[in-house]
Design a protein around this ligand. Structure first.
Ligand SMILES: [Zn+2]
Length: 429
């Protein structure tokens, strides 16, 4: 038996990606002291995970380690499926107030995206659903990661969100009427026909899902988050085009009316849900729609940065608004709404994603349900549950390791020591 101890792990870190790729068809074994079984809702002890060509080929409970020539010894660690964030903007530097987006050339977004993608992967997130980027930079970043040009999570991307005249995400909404910015794929569309054409254009250009803005938003001037935007009919046009190609639709929605419109139009997920009411929660449940509530983005913008929202038509102060949002999260959870983890990375610095877990816990969610929301539920929302979201034979070898038991202390996930994505080790310490 030759167990790869600490020294062996350090050696792994210095392996280049190429070495790792060459090693793909040989079988690697990883021994974990504990691992999360999302099907049984509990931690299991002593498992040997065998990996070949990026997939898990065997799981051996309580293995006789003397039978194995070498293995990666993570006996001190708890292994979990790679984490999945369903609401990121990996090409967006919004958190950094020193950057003026009107002065950056397009390539800067790609270069920043490469940096943010690496930070996100190093935090244990092996997959993201990226819901809104300008100039198709998200597609370029996704493809660069898939080709192993750079390190990052596997990405499922929407391109620019579909939005209406005066809607959330329209660049330069503040400009005087005589000015207009032409070259941005985010230029607004109005009416079912234009929405349909925009959906077709996005699909033709290679997006994995569509994002549609069902309400106004916080980050856009002259936009009111509580106000509905597209009609049900307009959103149905996008949903129909998505369905034809077997892709899904995410709806940015803060206000209750917009949330209800989006659900009635047939979207797959409600993003934010800031002003959810009981009727909206019932409707979301009835239509089996996922809810993706970004507590961390709300916490950072309202509490840490104390952003000025005085022009957003909200009577509450920032602290009251955050507390109200967390309460709505807890209410929706208790009503049994399907929840997938999403944090709106870009509002806060990329890589802090796991700090949302403690906010979810404080809002009333059980640790096991937090873990499911960021693994198997998130995989189901994206439509990749057959390939990731749990440690199972046949799935991609997306595995992370942490010290301690996240069911006892969810914050241990803020320090991920081991990251494997599809059989390749990206972090090991
Ligand atoms: Zn967002």
């Amino acid at each position: 038996m030759k167990a790869i101890g600490k020294l062996g792990l350090i050696a792994f870190v210095f392996w280049t990606s190429t070495t790792n790729i060459l090693a793909q068809n040989t079988v690697q074994h990883i021994f974990g002291g504990h691992f999360l079984d999302v099907h049984e809702d509990r931690m299991e002890k002593n498992v040997l995970i065998s990996v070949q060509n990026g997939r898990i080929i065997a799981l051996t409970r309580n293995p006789d380690l003397s039978k194995y020539d070498d293995f990666i010894d993570l006996s001190e660690y708890t292994l979990l499926p790679g984490l999945i964030d369903c609401h990121t903007h990996l090409t967006d530097p919004s958190f950094d107030k020193t950057k003026d987006v009107y002065e950056l050339p397009i390539a800067s977004y790609g270069i920043l995206g490469a940096k943010y993608a690496k930070q996100t992967l190093q935090a244990g997130f092996t997959t993201v659903r990226d819901v809104g980027a300008d100039f198709y930079v998200d597609i370029a970043l996704r493809d660069a990661i898939n080709k192993n040009w750079i390190e990052g999570p596997r990405m499922y991307v929407s391109g620019k969100a579909i939005t209406m005249t005066g809607g959330h995400g329209v660049w330069a909404n503040w400009m005087a009427p005589q000015f207009r910015l032409e070259p941005n794929p985010g230029n607004p569309v109005d009416g079912a026909l234009e929405v349909r054409k925009r959906a077709r254009t996005l699909i033709k250009n290679g997006v994995n899902l569509l994002k549609i803005n069902a309400t106004g938003g916080f980050g856009t001037s002259n936009s009111i988050p509580g106000a509905a935007s597209f009609t049900i009919e307009e959103m149905k046009a996008a949903v129909e085009e998505a369905n034809k190609r077997g892709i899904k639709v995410a709806a940015h929605s803060h206000g209750a009316d917009g949330i209800k419109n989006a659900v009635k139009a047939g979207v797959n997920s409600i993003e934010h849900g800031t002003f959810l009411d009981h009727e909206a929660v019932d409707l979301i449940k009835e239509h089996n729609v996922f809810l993706v509530m970004d507590l961390l983005a709300a916490y950072v913008s309202l509490m840490e940065m104390n952003e000025d929202i005085s022009d957003k038509g909200i009577t509450k102060n920032n602290q009251e608004l955050y507390e109200d949002f967390a309460e709505k999260f807890g209410f929706a959870y208790k009503q049994g709404v399907k929840m997938a983890f999403g944090s709106d990375a870009s509002i806060y610095e990329h890589g802090r994603n796991a700090e949302q877990f403690k906010l979810m816990r404080d809002a009333g969610m059980k640790p096991i349900d937090i873990l499911k929301s960021v693994t198997i539920n998130a995989a189901e929302l994206i439509g990749i549950e057959k390939n990731t979201g749990s440690i199972d034979v046949g799935k991609w070898a997306d595995i992370i390791g942490v010290k301690g038991n996240p069911l006892d202390d969810i914050q241990v996930l803020e320090n991920v020591d081991f990251v494997m994505k599809e059989g390749i080790i990206y972090k090991s310490k």
